[in-house]
Design a protein around this ligand. Structure first.
Ligand SMILES: Nc1ncnc2c1ncn2[C@@H]1O[C@H](COP(=O)(O)OP(=O)(O)O)[C@@H](O)[C@H]1O
Ligand SMILES: [Mg+2]
Length: 361
């Protein structure tokens, strides 16, 4: 139904979309997730041409909608958009808000637009509000009206950009219910959301955006339970990460101590846990990898899990294998003593030949 080929969007200071490729099929309900600033809104806005991509092509059916010959107003009528901030017309009543586009853009008769509008108001549970003005409604009600308005054009697809994130928590549920019903009815939808449980419950596919594109995509189960790639996993598990890269054996040890200290403070890790981490980090890097094994290239990530409070040191490096549980010098003993679990994996991992994961509680 919609196909994106090498879509690129450049702003003066940032390029949120470098190379986006995707296929959206009729009936898909796609959740778009990812850290803020990764281009989720930009992606939705490019799809309905509120933003012009700077490169690549977007097809809607067989039509290339990024072509200069394409009538974007006509295409936009086939895509409903729901925004975080509702964007209802304050000077129009609820029913007029819903009737506006069908009457003005499609030339529908007022009578038929009214009847259809009332049907949609019943669908979102607000038929009695038809003569009210948006200001007289709660946030949750406004958003339900905005959804009814998007549906009034009978669009082929509905794009929703964080539809519940401006709402008081008590109103999130009513809007989610309306969206869930829509998903169940087979409407094609693409929804940017931070509500992971909701995304998981309603969608058929998930796009995780990062690094200028769809970094990982899969079924909800694949993405939420078994993400394959590092950044997806960190995002899903709410991990906070600080990274260290060592090339040609050059290691700024004092600098890394401060960096770990700042990281632990920011995440409010306990003093004891930080002490263990500093010790393990120093012994592993200085004592074992850089001196005794003479490793030259290392990537280390310190991950802090908000949920469990556990810290994991994930270290990848080139060089000889290390069997940490069999090593017997003082550095190995210290690492073993201060950690709660050590997993060593030989074999290629992201371009490195070895990997060790050390948990610290
Ligand atoms: N109109 C714009 N002009 C300049 N930069 C923009 C504009 N819109 C978005 N950006 C930048 O593009 C990046 C992606 O933004 P956005 O798509 O809103 O991210 P998300 O929705 O994932 O949080 C951000 O760094 C943002 O500051
Ligand atoms: Mg956004």
């Amino acid at each position: 139904m919609i196909r994106l080929e090498h879509v690129k969007k450049v702003y003066p200071n940032v390029t949120p979309l470098c190379d986006v490729n995707a296929e959206i099929n009729a009936g898909d309900v796609i959740s778009v997730i990812g850290p803020s600033g990764t281009g989720k809104s930009t992606l939705l806005r490019c799809i309905n041409l509120l933003e012009r991509p700077d490169g690549g092509k977007i097809y809607f059916g067989d039509e290339e909608i990024t072509s200069p010959r394409c009538d974007i107003y006509k295409i936009r009528q086939k895509m409903g958009m729901v925004f975080q901030q509702f964007n209802l017309f304050g000077n129009l009543t609820v029913i007029e808000n819903i009737m506006l586009a069908p009457v003005k853009l499609k030339g529908e008769s007022r009578q038929s637009a009214y009847e259809n509008g009332m049907r949609l108001l019943r669908q979102v549970g607000l038929p009695e509000k038809y003569m009210n003005y948006p200001d007289e409604l709660s946030g949750g009600q406004k958003q339900r009206i905005a959804i009814a308005r998007a549906l009034a054009m009978n669009p082929d697809v509905i794009l929703l950009d964080e539809p519940t994130s401006a709402l008081d928590p008590t109103m999130v549920g009513e809007v989610q219910t309306v969206i869930r019903e829509l998903a169940r009815s087979g409407k094609t939808m693409m929804i940017v959301t931070h509500e992971m449980n909701f995304a998981r419950a309603i969608c058929s596919r998930v796009f995780y955006l990062d690094e200028g594109g769809i970094y990982e995509e899969g079924t909800p189960n694949e993405i939420f339970t078994n993400p394959k790639r590092e950044k997806t996993r960190r995002f899903i598990q709410h991990l906070h990460v600080t990274e260290f890269t060592i090339r040609n054996g050059v290691f700024d040890f004092p600098g890394s101590v401060s960096k770990i200290d700042a990281f632990c403070r920011k995440n409010m890790a306990g003093a004891k846990q930080e002490m263990k981490l500093q010790l393990v980090f120093e012994e592993l890097m200085q004592g074992i990898l850089l001196s005794s094994l003479n490793v030259k290239n290392i990537y280390a990530a310190v991950e802090y899990s908000e949920g469990s409070g556990e810290i994991m040191l994930d270290v990848k490096y080139d060089g000889p294998m290390m069997n940490i549980s069999e090593g017997d010098d003082v550095s190995y003993s210290l690492v073993k003593a201060e950690s709660s679990d050590i997993q060593y994996m030989a074999g290629e991992s992201d371009g490195f030949t070895n990997r060790v994961k050390i948990s610290i509680q």
